[in-house]
Design a binder for this molecule. Structure first.
Ligand SMILES: Nc1nc2c(ncn2[C@@H]2O[C@H](COP(=O)(O)OP(=O)(O)O)[C@@H](O)[C@H]2O)c(=O)[nH]1
Ligand SMILES: [Mg+2]
Length: 365
């Protein structure tokens, strides 16, 4: 009997303790007669998902665990799981039992039977598939995300948002260095990372209702999704983080003006009002950047926040001096008109603020 490992099933988890044993039992049933392993990639879930999976792994060697400390992210978890196996094929399936694991043997047969095929995708939107009991709101959001993704996709996928697929592991390894690893949509990331379109097949399935635990899909995830799309379309020209940092910086202008106006109305001198406006803009900028631009390295607790805020204000103040200095230099040298000189100053200041705050404000913990 040939007992070579055929398939790894990567299961990203966060707080899925109640689903682990059921999922392994269902994989055991669905993949009877095949040589497979399951790799749970858990982001140190507080509910003890990783220990639950390890407990199973002690008596069932097909079950393995990667426990990541201090990190979160569905895409990056899937990537690490995919790189951790020796199997020639690797599937990604949610740990909450919403995906239909009975599709796995057919996915594997397709990949093994056709050397030209790179990936087999579980789709909710080909005939025979479905979204189960999704409400209309969620269906509409998913349809919008699908339409947006068409703009960056090379192939005509029916369900690019699917989190359920099987890919040749050498293809995954080849693409891994190109993946942006941001957010939720690993399939989209893989499909767009490939210089030549991947050859894919789709199998219908119906998205099941979650019975244990809760969904981690929230507004931030939606934002991460947009960021991932931006990254694929324009990231080569202007890095995502810098674009966000600059957009948030722009938001500082109306805040500065608003506070300045209020302070002057309240009887403050111009100098004092100007300082107040600048402080308000920097403070709002700091907190927005902390929550969005540097979400993955967010400062927490009052000590880190205070340290971060002070260093951010120092960096931005020096940036302002650089901005004014460069603009004045360009203007005095008659190298540019008023607007051009000012713009050059602003760009230099923004790059300065971005480069130094990423190191001194968000690069220290
Ligand atoms: N490792 C890891 N897994 C995650 C993370 N966020 C979600 N998951 C897992 O990814 C799968 C899909 O997440 P879920 O919240 O159910 O998304 P939904 O089905 O789209 O609502 C589940 O198995 C989650 O436990 C994360 O940050 N890290
Ligand atoms: Mg789910």
């Amino acid at each position: 009997m040939n007992d070579a490992l055929e398939l790894a099933v990567v299961v990203p988890t966060f707080n899925e303790r109640g689903n682990v044993a059921t999922l392994v039992a269902r994989l055991d049933r669905a993949l009877a007669g095949r040589n497979w392993e399951a790799i749970f990639v858990d982001d140190d879930s507080p509910d003890g998902t990783a220990s639950e999976a390890r407990a199973l792994g002690r008596t069932d060697r097909r079950v393995r665990v990667i426990q990541r400390i201090g990190r979160r992210g569905l895409s990056s978890a899937c990537i690490e799981g995919m790189l951790a196996t020796a199997a020639p094929a690797v599937a990604v399936i949610d740990g909450d039992l919403q995906h239909d694991e009975t599709l796995l043997p057919r996915m594997l047969d397709l990949l093994q039977g056709d050397a030209a095929l790179d990936v087999v995708i579980g789709s909710r939107f080909v005939s025979g598939g479905g979204t189960g009991e999704w409400d209309r709101d969620r269906i509409a959001k998913s349809a919008l995300a699908t339409r947006l993704s068409r703009r960056v996709l090379k192939g005509d996928l029916s369900d690019p948002m699917s989190g359920f697929f099987m890919i040749r592991s050498d293809v995954a390894r080849r693409l891994a260095p190109e993946l942006s690893a941001i957010g939720f949509k690993i399939l989209l990331d893989l499909m767009t990372a490939s210089p030549v379109p991947l050859a894919f097949a789709e199998l219908p399935y119906t998205f099941r209702v979650r019975t244990e635990g809760e969904s981690k899909l929230d507004h931030v995830v939606a934002m991460e999704y947009l960021i991932a799309l931006y990254d694929r379309m324009f990231g080569r020209f202007v890095p995502v983080r810098f674009a966000m940092f600059s957009a948030i910086g722009l938001l500082g202008v109306p805040i500065h003006m608003g506070v300045l106006a209020l302070a002057i109305l309240g009887g403050a001198t111009f100098l004092f009002a100007q300082i107040l406006g600048a402080m308000a803009a920097m403070t709002v900028n700091f907190f927005l950047n902390n929550a969005l631009t540097y979400r993955d390295r967010r400062l927490k607790g009052w000590r880190q926040l205070l340290d971060g805020w002070v260093s951010f204000c120092v960096v931005c103040s020096v940036g302002l001096v650089a901005n004014v200095g460069i603009a004045a230099f360009v203007h005095d040298a008659r190298a540019g008109g008023i607007a051009a000189s000012a713009l050059i100053g602003i760009v230099v200041g923004a790059v300065w603020n971005y480069a130094l705050s990423s190191k001194f404000t968000w690069g220290r913990y």
